[in-house]
Design a protein. Structure first.
Length: 338
């Protein structure tokens, strides 16, 4: 396996969700904080795909935004190709921003409706100085950008002539292809994909996923793929991280995780998939709801829903430990009770 391109170490993000100061004084309420991401760590090898899965509100999208620099971490760091991407709290260097890009979840909200497609895709090109050769005339520089926009549209299955259209003239799947073309404009090595197919029909999802896999094979891209759809994750990922309430519960190779899930939460997620083969396998029903992130449980955050919880689970937070070729944060697995 090639060396890690991305290494995340002890990443945490806390949001202050307190009421305004005057309201707190009048109602005698303390400040409130949400630990959206809490001590998350993983590596992604060059050319590989790590998928993060979990229920809504578990912190997946916050991890995505921390990686690309849209949020500043409360603790921890992101190391990209051996370089700290946010050293000493300074602004992220343009050289790193160019090499990592993001595809957003909603193709209807992530594209400026007032811009032509050519301007949407050309924006990162102009921002990073593509074609800004001082010796070339203005017309020549503009032609270079237009040619590059046409190449990017063709690479995602659209026609170069589509560059003069506006986003409202495209379907959801076509808009997401435009988002992918925009992300590829700076020739990045690492793409963060925040549920890029969740807003699309199933048949369109397959088309977009196949385009992404083809682009990865062609350009050697590295992906962080965020999803709540385990069927999609099984199709695109090499490794899978299962998140619960801001922490990673299990991190394993895709084949191992789907064949022999270890953490009770991972088993619960997989058991929620309809069994179309009617294999008769015993299934663990999904219990309870995700706890309030403003008041998370003590100890293991999953213990109120776990059928294997004991007193240790209620008071001691488990650490992500290597066990039998996977990394699991579970006292029951560590003690051999499951």
């Amino acid at each position: 396996m090639s060396a890690a391109l991305v290494a995340v170490e002890g990443l945490a993000k806390t949001f202050d969700v307190s009421a305004p100061w005057l309201n707190r004084i009048a109602e005698r309420k303390p400040r409130q904080f949400v630990h959206a991401v809490d001590d998350v760590g993983f590596t992604i090898a060059r050319g590989r795909t790590l998928a993060l899965v979990g229920e809504s509100g578990c912190g997946k999208s916050t991890v995505a935004r921390l990686l690309v620099g849209l949020y500043a971490p409360t603790r921890g760091r992101v190391v990209f190709d051996g370089v700290d991407a946010g050293a000493a709290g300074s602004a992220r260097p343009a050289s790193i921003r160019r090499r990592m890009q993001m595809i957003f979840q909603d193709p209807y909200a992530s594209l400026n409706p007032r811009w032509q497609v050519s301007d949407i895709i050309a924006e990162p090109l102009r921002e990073h100085g593509f074609g800004a050769d001082a010796s070339a005339g203005v017309g020549r520089r503009r032609q270079r950008v237009d040619d590059r926009v046409g190449e990017l549209l063709a690479s995602v299955g659209l026609a170069p002539a589509d560059a003069v259209k506006f986003p409202h003239q495209f379907s959801g799947g076509q808009r997401q292809r435009i988002s992918i073309a925009r992300a590829l404009a700076t020739q990045p090595e690492f793409l963060v994909c925040d549920e890029p197919t969740s807003a699309l029909d199933v048949s369109v999802q397959a088309q977009v996923l196949n385009i992404m896999k083809d682009l990865q094979a062609r350009h050697g891209l590295t992906y962080l793929f965020i999803s709540h759809n385990l069927a999609v994750v099984r199709h695109v990922s090499d490794e899978v991280g299962v998140m619960y309430l801001g922490r990673i519960a299990e991190l394993a190779d895709k084949a191992l995780l789907f064949a022999r899930p270890r953490h009770p939460y991972t088993r619960m997620l997989l058991d929620a998939i309809p069994d179309i083969h009617m294999s008769g396998r015993a299934r663990t029903p999904v219990r309870g709801e995700v706890p309030n992130p403003l008041d998370p449980p003590k100890g293991c955050a999953f213990h109120p829903r776990c059928p294997h919880a004991n007193e240790r689970c209620r008071v001691e937070r488990p650490q992500l430990l290597p066990i039998d070729g996977v990394r699991v944060a579970c006292h029951a697995v560590e003690e051999g009770r499951i």
